[in-house]
Design a protein around this ligand. Structure first.
Ligand code: AMP
Length: 940
């Protein structure tokens, strides 16, 4: 009993889980020196229950190590220890030695030699000094048991141990992993790091291959610098190790069975990576510098945003390599890469992440500064977004843009501290030691593949030039750049090392340099491992070259609808539904039986059932997608008996497509970016993101602007992402009324996406099916309803679903004679029902109401055929909207309305007055406004 109470307390305590290691560390510091922790923690520790007669607790890590040491010494020692009580702590010096080991594991990184420029002012860490542990050089010849120190020896002289600890933890690698609470992971890392003192044997071939990578990195920048002086290239110089590092990482991944690698990186070093890792032909790059470009890419983008795809030969066979396109918005590409990887993993039916590796490359200021990084860490282990861990590399050039002082860029010790939120191991490494870089790279990948978690490599380097090559860095970082000017380039440092080791001779180095330069002169691919692309897992050709009006057949029989309806209302008898959900499912059964008209939720679920039954997959995410924010979807049902989930849509057909719905993490930016990445990598799945309320999408504005609206124009990449954005003026105040329709309309051009406002269940049914069945992949932005989900007039019969057509325009539905019509009111969305009800109340026959269900691409032909032909004689046309005049469709779509109405007709506006806020906060005012705009539209 006592024990279970303790366990419950511990499990719910802030001292458990991820905080435990931190608190243990604090407690140990407190035991060493009570004043070394904050007053708050001191009083917590002071008040811990004490054992009578014992003044101060013993350092826990020491006790742990002591037990291990005794276990290692065998039964005799253990028996000895049990004979006298104080022996649990044992010989004082032995305890201190174990404490010393622990100190290096925790804090060795703070004394590591990480900065190639040697400018970092390292704090003196007393825990790493012998004297701090009451040890001294006079103890050097004494042998001590080394506990769990994984060097392969049970005991060592203090001298050897001290030297070994310094080599392992304070060399070119600073390892941070003691924040990990999982013992298995910690032991695994210790084994890998300590057993080789963080410095493995590297073969001659590997050394030469590293040197070649450095020669390529340096050679490429020098070549561009000479040929195109002053042109922006965001040179890699200073971080040259990235090239051998990436090649090593990809090669090692292939050897371990990876089939695809997706890389995301910002502009720094990108051109170098494109040519020296992905194998982009340098002559193509040079052409781009000279102003030539690929005509097929529409508006295009600058060369340092370009993506690329190729195959790469590895010891495990060829793998496919993709560098994601991305804008200048640095870290936002990370969730895009994760989404792309998840799509590829799903396609390969690989759940553990082993088949596809995501690599994201960050900047030191950006990884600490941009919140989307935190969002991706938070996603990294969740059901809907996990990708088996991401290898994250920071190109840490120690200066963000022109920010000289750390205290201006972050509030953490390292730029990578954010990774500790998921207990990712972090390896800081001096980029001027490329062998150390390769060591941590392989270690990081092995960790990722073993534990399926994120891992971070902080490549500490410098930036040889300014932010770009036209910048003058001395203006802002004078001392750093004086040092950089004198600092030899990485290939020179490493070549000298290899010459000194006798691995290579100077003339051979010269030969490698001139061979590389000659390859660039010839415009030849410079990556030996490059292979033409055959390994990618999807074919986009069926979707290329189609516009939104491409023909498709989506007719469906009533019998099939009934079959699907039965399937989506079936669930195991043992699955006990909550009473409201049960009633809703009962209503759906009545809809299938033809006893009730279909509501929105039923039509939407029927659409999903039909899509998956055709073999197409569906992936839907959003903060409340399973149930639906407005309690309408209930695609996932939760048993009241045992809390189990059931999704009828996963049980439609044995051969059906993948059906996945995830309630997402509470983020917009990273989740929408992830879904963009998914949809751009997988045309065979209908990918849907749903906002809780429509305007919450503005948390993902960067993704909407930089990727969704413009990705095809800039990069030629198609994306069929569907965004469901609840929109409608129902008196719920400024934040819950508008999905900011005007912003989406303002970005419409080149048929880049579709903006629709469906108003009936039949329309949502065929809108979703059109997006999945039609061989065109462009984003679908949907102003989806809230109150319409249950509006008595917003219903459809099964028959209305069967034509398979999404009607871009819906003509008058009441029996109104065209000849009697004096005014045509055009509108979209929920206001239609307000107008209809009021007109019926008024018993008016002189106003026709026409719904424009697709605002973009504007359906000019349908308007002409179905509406304008009928009302040619009408001179009074009105656009009615609920949104304020400066919002909604009035300004952004007005040119389309004008071009649709008969010559000589006038077009006027009925809607709310312009307003800074999307909607009023007071319901009474909302109602007044709504009544006024409806009256205005109907009153001649
Ligand atoms: P990836 O697997 O991303 O490297 O893509 C391989 C190839 O498929 C690319 O080189 C493109 O030709 C094509 N492709 C990939 N994604 C898209 C997309 N979203 N739209 C059009 N074509 C694509």
């Amino acid at each position: 009993m006592q024990q279970s109470v303790m366990k419950a307390w511990w499990d719910s305590s802030h001292m458990a889980g991820g905080n435990a290691a931190y608190i243990e560390e604090l407690y140990e510091a407190y035991l060493e020196d009570a004043n070394s922790v904050s007053q708050q923690w001191r009083s917590i520790f002071d008040n811990l229950p004490k054992v009578e007669g014992v003044e101060l607790d013993t350092n826990h890590s020491v006790i742990r190590e002591q037990f291990k040491a005794m276990a290692a010494l065998g039964p005799a020692a253990r028996a000895g220890a049990s004979q006298s009580a104080p022996a649990a702590v044992g010989d004082d010096k032995q305890v201190k030695v174990l404490q010393l080991i622990n100190a290096y594991r925790f804090r060795g990184h703070q004394h590591a030699n990480l900065d190639p420029l040697d400018l970092w002012k390292q704090e003196r860490v007393r825990d790493l000094e012998l004297s701090h542990h009451s040890l001294a050089e006079k103890d050097f010849d004494t042998r001590f048991n080394v506990g769990s120190y994984a060097i392969g020896e049970e005991s060592m002289t203090l001298k050897d141990l001290f030297a070994s600890l310094n080599r392992t933890y304070c060399g070119s690698i600073g390892s941070e992993y003691m924040h990990i609470t999982d013992t298995e992971q910690k032991r695994w890392l210790q084994q890998r790091i300590e057993s080789v003192e963080a410095k493995p044997q590297i073969s001659r071939d590997e050394k030469v291959s590293i040197l070649k990578g450095l020669i390529a990195a340096d050679g490429m920048e020098k070549y561009l610098g000479a040929k195109f002086p002053g042109a922006k290239r965001f040179s890699l110089e200073g971080g040259d190790s990235l090239v051998p590092m990436l090649k090593g990482l990809i090669s090692h991944a292939g050897a371990q069975g990876a089939k695809e690698v997706v890389v995301g990186m910002a502009h720094r070093g990108r051109l170098n990576v494109l040519v020296n890792v992905l194998g982009k032909n340098p002559s193509v790059l040079f052409d781009e510098f000279s102003g030539k470009h690929d005509e097929s890419l529409g508006a295009g983008d600058v060369k340092y945003h370009a993506g690329y795809s190729s195959d790469f030969a590895t010891p495990g066979g060829n793998l496919h390599l993709a560098l994601a396109f991305n804008p200048s918005h640095l870290e936002i590409v990370n969730p895009v890469v994760m989404g792309s990887v998840r799509a590829r993993l799903d396609r390969r039916n690989c759940q553990d992440g082993s088949a596809v590796l995501p690599i994201t490359i960050h900047g030191d200021s950006a990884i600490a500064g941009q919140g989307v990084v935190q969002e991706t860490f938070n996603m990294s282990q969740t059901r809907g977004f996990q990708v088996g861990g991401t290898v994250r590399i920071v190109i840490n050039n120690q200066v963000g843009f022109t920010t000289s002082k750390i205290e201006d860029t972050r509030s953490t010790q390292y730029c990578t501290d954010i990774a500790k939120m998921v207990q990712a191991p972090i390896f800081h490494v001096n980029s001027d030691d490329p062998e150390a870089v390769l060591f941590v790279t392989k270690l990081a990948l092995d960790y990722r593949n073993t534990f399926k978690r994120d891992v971070v490599i902080d490549l500490v380097c410098y930036r040889r030039h300014g932010h770009n090559e036209a910048d003058e860095p001395n203006a802002t970082q004078p001392l750093m750049y004086q040092k950089i000017k004198k600092h030899p380039v990485p290939r020179l440092i490493y070549a000298q090392q290899l010459i000194a080791e006798g691995v290579i001779e100077e003339h051979e180095v010269e030969k490698l340099i001139s061979e590389y330069r000659a390859a660039l002169d010839h415009g030849a691919c410079v990556v030996e491992e490059w292979r033409p692309m055959t390994e990618h897992s999807v074919d986009w050709t069926p979707y290329l070259g189609h516009d939104w009006d491409v023909e498709y057949d989506a007719t469906i029989s009533k019998e099939r609808l009934i079959e699907l309806g039965k399937a989506i209302t079936s669930y195991p008898e043992t699955h006990q539904l909550q009473s409201r959900v049960k009633k809703l499912y009962g209503d759906r059964e009545a809809m299938v039986a033809g006893e009730k008209l279909l509501d929105w939720g039923m039509a939407e679920n029927l659409a999903y059932a039909d899509i998956v039954s055709r073999g197409t997959g569906i992936r839907m995410t959003g903060q409340d997608s399973g149930r639906g924010t407005f309690f309408h979807r209930h695609a996932v049902i939760h048993s009241q008996a045992d809390g189990q989930d059931y999704m009828p849509l996963q049980h439609i057909d044995s051969e059906q497509g993948r059906m996945e719905i995830y309630d997402s993490v509470l983020s917009e930016a990273a989740v929408v970016a992830f879904e963009f990445g998914y949809a751009t990598a997988e045309p065979g799945t209908l990918t849907i993101w749903e906002a809780q309320f429509g305007d919450f999408a503005n948390g993902a504005q960067v993704v909407i602007d930089q990727f969704l609206s413009s990705g095809e124009a800039k990069w030629g990449r198609l994306c069929g992402l569907t965004m469901l954005l609840p929109h409608g003026y129902e008196g719920q105040g400024p934040e819950h009324s508008s999905a900011r329709l005007e912003r989406f309309l303002q970005m419409c051009a080149d048929h880049n996406w579709q903006v629709v406002v469906p108003s009936t269940p039949a329309q949502v049914f065929n809108m979703l099916r059109r997006q999945a069945i039609r061989p065109m992949r462009r984003p679908l932005i949907v102003m989806s309803p809230k109150s319409l989900l249950r509006h008595p007039l917003a219903v459809s019969s099964l028959d209305e679903l069967t034509d398979g057509i999404f009607h871009n325009v819906i003509d008058e539905v009441d029996e109104i004679k065209p000849a009697d019509v004096k005014r045509v009111v055009m509108c979209s969305g929920k206001v239609y029902y307000d107008l209809l009800e009021q007109r019926r109340k008024n018993e008016q026959t002189d106003v026709a109401i026409v719904r424009i269900e697709q605002l973009y691409p504007f359906p000019h032909a349908e308007m002409a055929e179905t509406v304008v032909n009928k009302y040619k004689h009408v001179k009074d046309w009105v656009w009615c909207q609920e949104e304020p005049q400066n919002q909604g469709a009035w300004y952004c779509s007005q040119h389309h309305f004008w071009s649709s109405i008969p010559d000589g007709a006038k077009l006027t506006y009925a809607g709310r007055a312009a307003s800074a806020s999307p909607a009023v906060g007071y319901n009474a005012i909302h109602n007044q406004q709504q009544k006024a705009l409806v009256d205005d539209a109907l009153t001649l």
